[in-house]
Design a binder for this molecule. Structure first.
Ligand code: ADP
Ligand code: MG
Length: 682
């Protein structure tokens, strides 16, 4: 007897080779097999009379083979099988290329169903290589909505489909419903068996929608339970106990007062660190909201308590900037601040590591180099990571492993809607800095098309003439991408600009450059040695160039709203009035309304809410910025309401049953998720 854990080899037709191919797709057991959801569907449910099909339509026709299929040799290596099929309304010529076996499968008088594109030429109708099966056959590749799976070498659609069919027949009835009955009913979700059946072989589109909704809910619910449990366990875990100290001592050293939001975030973190439990806190704040200052306050606090801190940045140049900022803030207060980056000489690194080990630094600022194996810390109390989305969760954990469970503060400048933050960062406590320092001016934003090019060039000249600098961002162009629209590649656009502005200093950075070269170009731009910097999104991460007052985004339709917002955050960081110009010739309703949102607001949280509303959470999950397990929901297209509901229900359930001891099947799934992602989750 087969059950959900049985190896896929058990399926008829799956031998060693095919099993290996399935393994490559992550399918090992029958449960994996029936959880291997289609990538999309093809609607083959419509039967049409031949005469009523118009040119180019994809349909099923039911027809009788009217003559003997014959083999035609066109030339060497090219053979055709040709025949005519008829129904009551008309006839169609059918051709198969290089599929001689068709001749043996089909004979005159057979009643068949063909699915494919019909070409109409005058009164003649024809189909090339249509899918076929005998009318009334049980194989089921026509006359229904057909699943389309992601494949790999060694597998075709038919094999996967037939295997899944067998898998469902063998153990579909054993599927435990991991959703507690009252939640399933309360949320009006279909049963597991129905969902698995209809996600693969939907009876109709309504059934597909019901199945999808249930499975999306299930996936998010399991994730929310997993994160909720981690958080619950963490709450009981001991951390370094730091003594109380009044942050006023730090705030008073500043030339300005902290915003209320900064104070609140810092106090929340302090409360964690004096609790005896280990802190895992995310600080979310828009670009320019002053997250670094909050980190500085907490580093100061940790130092007061007798411990050192590590501050990790995603790039060399950001590490340099943070080193300069933090030394400036904390050095005068008596902290010894060090630096450790990959760009330092071997000797400098060795000295820095020795100093670290001997406890001669109260703060070390650096890049990934901070958690190389040979780095040892003395009394590490706090780890801060900036721009968290650039680090995998596992990288962060390598650093955490350095001390005896130091407190962790994660700073993210990607505003994420609250609904989503709860799912994505469900294992962290979240503080939000929702207030900008006073006197910040809004970056004036305009969406224009190519017809503005002349005026735009004039504007560049004017800004540079006033001593300012300009960012020009071009979309990343993938090598193998089909280009339906003309995209500006950064390099080519830089050349064009050089012709337009021979008198200006223009540089270009793009993703294919070595990190070292990128950094040096960024650094000379930051030092004011370049007027215009043409770039792909490599500049997204927070390099500070206060003198830059104009950001131009080419092919703006290619960027997500949150990304545009991040980009825009690169200007308006100094005293100068700043502008962002979004250039796009795309006039689709959707693109226009997205760009309009950018022109209307500078509030990152509002923008990300809109992004979520317009495009669904797929982009947030798809970007894998969070280091969580890969979600199938991204493909299935979750909506915000399901997200919210899954989160609420998970929280309610964990309150009643924190260990999930009353929900064995669910607990099993949650634990499987932990095991699969042990590295990422720890
Ligand atoms: P973020 O990292 O959140 O994008 P930063 O911490 O780099 O922002 O701060 C942006 C700028 O605002 C810095 O130049 C910083 O000195 C300044 N700043 C931060 N907090 C305040 C404040 N409360 N009042 C005035 N200026 C501030
Ligand atoms: Mg920052």
């Amino acid at each position: 007897m087969a059950d959900l854990n049985t190896d896929v080899r058990y399926i008829k037709g799956i031998g060693e080779k095919k099993a290996q191919a399935f393994n490559k797709l992550g399918v090992f057991s029958l449960y994996d097999l029936i959880s291997y959801f289609p990538r999309k569907y093809e609607d083959r449910s419509q039967y049409r009379p031949i005469a009523l099909v118009s040119d180019g339509e994809q349909v099923c026709i039911r027809a009788i083979v009217a003559d003997m299929p014959r083999l035609v040799r066109v030339r060497r290596g090219m053979e055709l099988v040709k025949f005519r099929a008829v129904d009551e309304s008309g006839s169609v010529d059918i051709t198969y290329f290089n599929q001689n076996y068709v001749k043996d499968n089909i004979s005159r008088g057979d009643c068949m169903v063909f699915f494919g594109k019909v070409e109409v030429n005058g009164s003649r109708r024809s189909m090339v290589n249509p899918v076929y099966e005998r009318e009334g056959a049980e194989k089921g590749v026509t006359g229904r909505i057909v699943p389309v799976y992601r494949l790999c070498a060694g597998l075709n659609q038919r094999t996967v489909m037939q295997s899944v069919r067998q898998g469902l027949n063998l153990c579909g009835d054993e599927l435990p419903d991991i959703l507690p009955e009252e939640i399933r009913e309360g949320c009006k979700l279909v049963q597991a068996r129905y969902a698995f059946e209809n996600i693969h072989f939907p009876a109709d589109f309504e059934a597909l929608e019901l199945a999808r909704r249930r499975l999306i809910f299930e996936e998010l619910f399991v994730l929310a339970c997993a994160l909720g449990r981690m958080r619950g366990q963490r709450v009981n875990e001991g951390g370094i106990l730091l003594p109380h100290a009044d942050l006023e001592g730090f705030w008073r050293s500043l030339p300005f007062s902290p915003t209320n939001a900064q104070r609140r975030a810092a106090e929340q973190a302090v409360a964690d660190m004096v609790s005896g439990r280990v802190m895992s806190r995310l600080i979310q704040g828009d670009v320019g909201s002053g997250k670094t200052l909050v980190a500085a306050a907490l580093i100061w606090f940790t130092w007061k308590g007798g411990y050192a801190s590590a501050f990790m940045a995603p790039t060399e140049i950001l590490a340099e900037q943070h080193f300069a900022t933090l030394s400036g803030l904390l050095g005068p207060l008596g902290l010894r601040v060090g630096k450790l980056t990959g760009a330092m000489s071997a000797k400098e690194k060795r000295l820095a590591k020795e100093a670290l080990k001997n406890g001669e630094f109260d703060l070390i600022v650096g890049t990934h180099a901070l958690f190389s194996e040979d780095v040892e810390y003395a009394r590490l109390g706090l780890v801060v990571t900036d721009e968290q989305h650039r680090f995998g969760v596992s990288q962060r954990s390598a650093l955490i492993g350095k001390g005896e469970r130091p407190h962790v503060l994660v700073m993210s400048a990607t505003p994420i809607p609250r609904t989503l933050a709860l799912i994505i960062y469900g294992d962290l406590d979240v503080s939000v800095i929702d207030e900008l320092p006073p006197g910040r001016q809004k970056v004036d934003t305009f969406a224009v098309d190519e017809s503005y090019r002349q005026r735009l060039n004039g504007f560049i000249r004017k800004q540079v003439g006033e001593g300012r600098q300009v960012f020009v961002v071009c979309p990343m162009v993938e090598e193998n991408e089909d280009l339906p629209v003309k995209l500006k590649s950064a390099q080519e656009h830089a050349k064009e600009l050089a012709l337009t502005f021979p008198e200006l200093r223009i540089a270009c950075v793009h993703g294919k450059m070595k990190a070292k070269d990128k950094d040096s170009i960024m650094a000379s731009f930051a030092a004011g040695q370049t007027d215009i910097l043409v770039a792909t999104t490599v500049i997204e991460v927070g390099v500070d160039v206060p003198n830059a007052s104009l950001m131009i985004v080419e092919n703006a339709e290619r960027f997500g709203l949150s990304q545009l917002h991040q980009l825009r955050g690169r200007v308006g960081r100094g005293p100068h009035k700043s502008y962002c110009i979004l250039v796009s010739d795309n006039d689709s309703e959707e693109v226009r309304s997205r760009l309009k949102i950018m022109c209307r607001t500078n509030d990152g949280f509002r923008i990300s809410e809109e992004d979520l509303r317009l495009r669904g959470p797929g982009d947030f999950f798809g970007s894998r910025q969070h280091g969580l397990p890969e979600m199938h929901v991204a493909d299935l297209g979750a909506d915000v309401n399901v997200l919210q509901k899954a989160q609420d229900e998970a929280r309610r359930l964990l309150e009643q049953d924190p260990e999930l001891s009353g929900h064995a099947a669910l607990r099993e799934r949650v634990e499987a998720l932990f095991r699969l992602n042990a590295a990422g989750f720890n």
